[in-house]
Structure formats: structure tokens, C-alpha cells
Design a protein around this ligand. Structure first.
Ligand SMILES: CC(=O)N[C@H](C=O)[C@@H](O)[C@H](O)[C@H](O)COP(=O)(O)O
Length: 236
């Protein structure tokens, strides 16, 4: 199975729109009050008004609505489960995500076995065969994941899973050490994602060579943001 490369890293028109910008991740979790595609779409619209250059979102219903109603590149994923490989875990999930019209499909980019038995390279190649036109973002947990994902033919490397796979400690903010390592060794655009909680941390990620930064919780998850303030107030 051969992998057809997309245009050179960073030159694709979708990447041109994302370069140097802030991508807002709008996701609500099962059982939460905001878990409704209309709500997530409104959150995405609000983020667009605030200057986000792209949206990351989860689930086929949310993605179908957001790709129709928000005029920004969308990074789509499908979370299935909460343990192991759960971010767009199989080729079937990836094709379904791409079919919602999102410009980028994010999938687990670790070296762990995938539930459908395909390798990451096979998954990427099959997704390209499906001719959806979507780029592929590998959600990685380490430098080794990122280099393997690059070899597997993905278009974008993300630090999404740093601190969540046992390969790296869960740093207080984004794992900037990992950003340094990936930027130094990989050739693909590196999107920094995971625990970017302040504008200063987002700026630091850009200074370390990030192509773009994804912020989720700190912008779009009021329950967690509220709990930060509650802790501060009760601890004062
Ligand atoms: C590990 C995992 O499942 N990450 C998910 C990936 O899509 C989301 O739950 C995160 O909110 C997203 O990565 C943004 O990160 P943060 O919310 O820390 O800004």
C-alpha cells in the first residue's frame, strides 16, 4: 500500500489558514449540560468571532453542524471510549469523520495497537484512498510517536496526547520540552495542544516553533474554568 503525499508541509491552503494562529477546541463530554451540537456550534461561532483561525471538534453530529455553519477549517475527531486508543481509533471512524466535511481528521498518532488491527500507515493510506481530501493530524504522546507518525504519512503532528499515554509526565501546562524535541527532529507542522491554559503558555508554544496552538478547556469548558476559580476563592 503506498501513501500519496499531500503538498509540502505547511503549503496546503488549509494549513496556510491555520499557520501562526489559535485553534479553539469545542468539546463537551458525555452527560454534560453543553453536550449538544447546537451549543458546540455556537461556542465555535463565538470563538471564530474572537479571532480563532480554526476549530477542533468531536463527534459526527457536532462536526456536521460546525462544518456547515462556521467558516473556518475544522479539525474533526471521534472519541470512542476513554481508555487506550480512543481518538478516532479506527479507519471506519476516520472515514466517518472526514465525511462530515472537516478539512483535517485528527486521529490517535501513538504507536499503540489500534482496535481494527491496522497500522497508522495503513490507516492513513486507506483514508487517502477514500479521496476525502482531508489532511491527517496525528495526536502524539512522545517524540517517538511523532517521528513514527511522520513516517506513516500524516500531514500534521500534534502534542495532544503528551501526558496521557504514560510516555511523558503530565506537565502543569503544555509539554514545551516535547515541543522542542519534535520541532527539532520532525519536518511536519507541529500543532501544540494539551493543557494550554493561559495566553502566556500559548505564546511560549509559538516561540518554541509551534505551527499553531489548540486551546480547549481554558476557552470552551466552563465547568473546569469555574472550578479553577472556585479553588482559588476557597483557598484564599
Ligand atoms: C487527551 C484528550 O483526550 N484530549 C482531547 C482531544 O481532543 C480533548 O479532551 C482536549 O480538550 C483537547 O486536546 C484540548 O486540550 P485542553 O483541553 O487541555 O486545552
Amino acid at each position: 500500500m503506498t501513501t500519496t503525499r499531500q503538498p509540502p508541509p505547511g503549503d496546503h491552503p488549509v494549513l496556510t489558514r491555520l499557520r501562526g494562529g489559535l485553534i479553539a477546541s469545542a468539546q463537551a463530554y458525555p452527560g454534560e449540560p453543553m453536550r449538544d451540537p447546537r451549543t458546540m456550534c455556537q461556542v465555535a461561532q463565538a470563538c471564530a468571532t474572537g479571532g480563532a483561525v480554526g476549530i477542533r471538534a468531536q463527534g459526527l453530529a457536532d462536526l456536521s453542524l460546525i462544518t456547515q455553519q462556521v467558516d473556518l477549517p475544522v479539525i474533526g475527531l471521534w472519541k470512542d471510549g476513554t481508555q487506550g486508543v480512543f481518538i478516532t481509533p479506527t479507519l471506519t471512524h476516520a472515514i466517518a469523520v472526514a465525511s462530515t466535511g472537516c478539512q483535517i481528521v485528527a486521529l490517535d498518532g501513538t504507536r499503540r495497537p489500534r482496535p481494527d488491527g491496522l497500522t497508522l500507515a495503513q490507516t492513513v493510506a486507506e483514508l487517502r484512498q477514500a479521496r476525502t481530501g482531508a489532511l491527517v493530524m496525528a495526536d502524539c504522546g512522545s517524540l517517538e510517536d511523532a517521528l513514527a507518525a511522520q513516517d506513516a504519512g500524516v500531514d500534521i503532528l500534534g502534542t495532544t496526547l503528551a501526558g496521557y499515554t504514560g510516555q511523558r509526565p503530565a506537565t502543569q501546562g503544555p509539554d514545551l520540552e516535547l515541543v522542542d524535541e519534535i520541532v527539532a527532529r520532525a519536518e511536519l507542522p507541529v500543532i501544540v495542544e494539551g493543557r494550554v491554559h493561559t495566553p502566556a503558555q500559548a505564546a511560549a508554544a509559538m516561540e518554541r516553533g509551534a505551527f499553531a496552538v489548540v486551546v480547549g478547556t481554558a476557552i470552551t469548558h466552563p465547568t473546569t474554568i469555574t472550578s479553577w476559580f472556585v479553588s482559588a476563592v476557597s483557598g484564599a
